[in-house]
Design a protein around this ligand. Structure first.
Ligand SMILES: Nc1ncnc2c1ncn2[C@@H]1O[C@H](COP(=O)(O)OP(=O)(O)O)[C@@H](O)[C@H]1O
Ligand SMILES: Nc1nc2c(ncn2[C@H]2C[C@H](O)[C@@H](COP(=O)(O)O)O2)c(=O)[nH]1
Length: 207
């Protein structure tokens, strides 16, 4: 790779993004950028009433991620230092297109493009796919009280939205390398060999 890579781990809720990004950062000695979740003042309210709270929540995520991406550009990308993040800013659009309706969705889409179109995007995406049962089990295992409200229907929709989004990203940004990890079969937490294989593949891509 001509420059130090910007790497993102993506996948639906509970896929293992934060876990894998943290493990890879430790193994490859990379700085890691993590999503701010616990301090989010709208998530709890959103899961209780999505229609009422989706715009506030999506705007909050977008503004936070915009700031984090700006910092990442200044601290790492402009200094040609590699970095790994547990999300891609594109997830704002994946969620926003699903949770918003009508004119709010149109306004949000416009704001998303105004804020992010001229910013660098990850060179490598590690996309963790997993089926509904696996994801629901992991969300339960993580045990965040506000996520008890997440319905299987919402999750199933997100699984499909993520697949569509990764397929369209591959077409629109062909220079982005997307590595798909089967999160039902590949267990980077319990199985050292599985983790080593992912780390080795990433090292190779970073060369
Ligand atoms: N491959 C795996 N095997 C078993 N548990 C996992 C695996 N990946 C993640 N987990 C667990 O599932 C939960 C969700 O993982 P997390 O990394 O927070 O997901 P995400 O960041 O994608 O929402 C955590 O409790 C984590 O320890
Ligand atoms: N509606 C949205 N919800 C989001 C967004 N980003 C994250 N989330 C939710 C999903 C989880 O409950 C929690 C943490 O996300 P993880 O994928 O890291 O588990 O926040 C979003 O942009 N919109």
């Amino acid at each position: 790779m001509k420059h130090a890579p910007f790497i993102a781990v993506e996948g639906p809720i509970g896929a293992g993004k934060t876990t894998l990004a943290t493990m890879l950062a430790a193994e490859l000695e990379l700085p890691v950028i993590k999503e701010i979740v616990e301090e989010n003042p709208f998530l709890d309210k959103f899961y209780q009433n999505m229609d009422d709270w989706s715009f506030q929540l999506e705007m909050f995520f977008l503004c936070n991620r915009y700031k984090q991406l700006e910092d990442t550009v200044n601290e790492y990308i402009n200094k040609d230092k590699p970095v790994i993040s547990d999300y891609h800013i594109y997830k704002n659009l994946i969620f926003g297109e699903r949770t918003l309706k009508g004119s709010k969705r149109d306004k949000y889409r416009e704001i998303y493009h105004v804020l992010t179109d001229d910013l660098p995007k990850p060179d490598i995406i590690l996309y963790i796919r997993a089926d509904l049962d696996t994801l629901m089990a992991r969300i339960a295992k993580r045990g965040r009280p506000f996520e008890e409200e997440i319905s299987p229907a919402y999750m199933q929709q997100l699984i499909e939205d993520y697949d569509d989004a990764m397929a369209s990203l591959a077409v629109r940004e062909p220079s982005t390398v997307i590595v798909t990890i089967d999160g039902n079969k590949v267990d980077f937490v319990e199985n050292q060999e599985d983790f080593s294989a992912i780390a080795a593949q990433l090292k190779e891509l970073m060369k």
